[in-house]
Design a protein around this ligand. Structure first.
Ligand code: PLP
Length: 217
């Protein structure tokens, strides 16, 4: 478990980027990891975690919440509308608002529940056909629509194409967030979080560098 090392690297990247200490939130991405590895990170005092499937999150986090206070859960993966209510009940943030239908559903549920997690709009910065997310040219309009629904949009999120150098994608996301008056930037994973911090990331999503490789077998 190298939580301390990752935290130290984040602190160094903040300093190098001339950003205040603590400007970056570390989301420990615990998907697929065995509970004993997750528990080590909880025992080390970390409280912000990310899951990409609601089903899996429901299977572990209510149990951990009975034993540890102050857990903050972020849903970072594709969200089906029929899981939206569960996601809202479970999570403090959803990073994968990626289509109008989902925004409408979240808005309806937010009205009904009188509360809504923090939301990030996922942008398909690489315009990859197989990848979820709002196309870059549609972002401004989508943000405006979400605001008319009173959704608490905190920022933008991206997952750059695997085979590309991510800098251009981080820069593009930062530019789109700035021109829409959004402070949150969810970008950077195990392989590139320091670079994302240099481009202004406020939330980095780090899984394998903390927990070790995921075993999907
Ligand atoms: C799995 C996942 C991560 C973490 O990936 P690592 O490379 O293990 O750090 C980050 N973001 C999303 C959306 C993910 O699904």
């Amino acid at each position: 478990m190298s939580l301390e090392e990752i935290k130290a690297r984040i602190a160094r990247a903040e300093t190098e980027a001339g950003r205040p200490k603590g400007a970056v939130n570390l989301i420990a991405v615990s998907k697929v990891q065995p509970n004993n590895r997750v528990e080590e990170v909880l025992k080390a005092g970390h409280r912000i975690f990310g899951e990409n499937r609601v089903q899996e999150a429901v299977g572990k986090w209510p149990m951990f919440r009975e034993r540890y206070d102050g857990i903050e859960l972020h849903i970072i993966g594709p969200l089906q509308t029929n899981k939206a209510r569960q996601a809202m009940d479970l999570a403090q943030a959803i990073h994968s608002v990626d289509r109008p239908k989902l925004a409408e559903t979240l808005a309806r549920l937010a009205q009904e529940r009188g509360a809504c997690p923090d939301l990030f709009i996922q942008v398909n910065t690489g315009e990859e056909p197989q990848k979820a997310g709002i196309a870059p040219e549609d972002v401004d309009g989508f943000v405006a629509n979400c605001r008319t629904f009173d959704l608490p949009i905190k920022g933008l999120m991206c997952i750059p194409p695997v085979k590309e150098e991510p800098s251009m994608h981080f820069a593009l996301l930062a530019k789109m967030a700035a021109r829409n008056g959004l402070a949150g930037l969810s970008m950077g994973m195990s392989g590139d979080f320091e670079k994302a911090i240099s481009f202004g990331a406020t939330h980095v999503r780090v899984g394998s560098a903390i927990f070790g490789a995921r075993d999907y077998a």
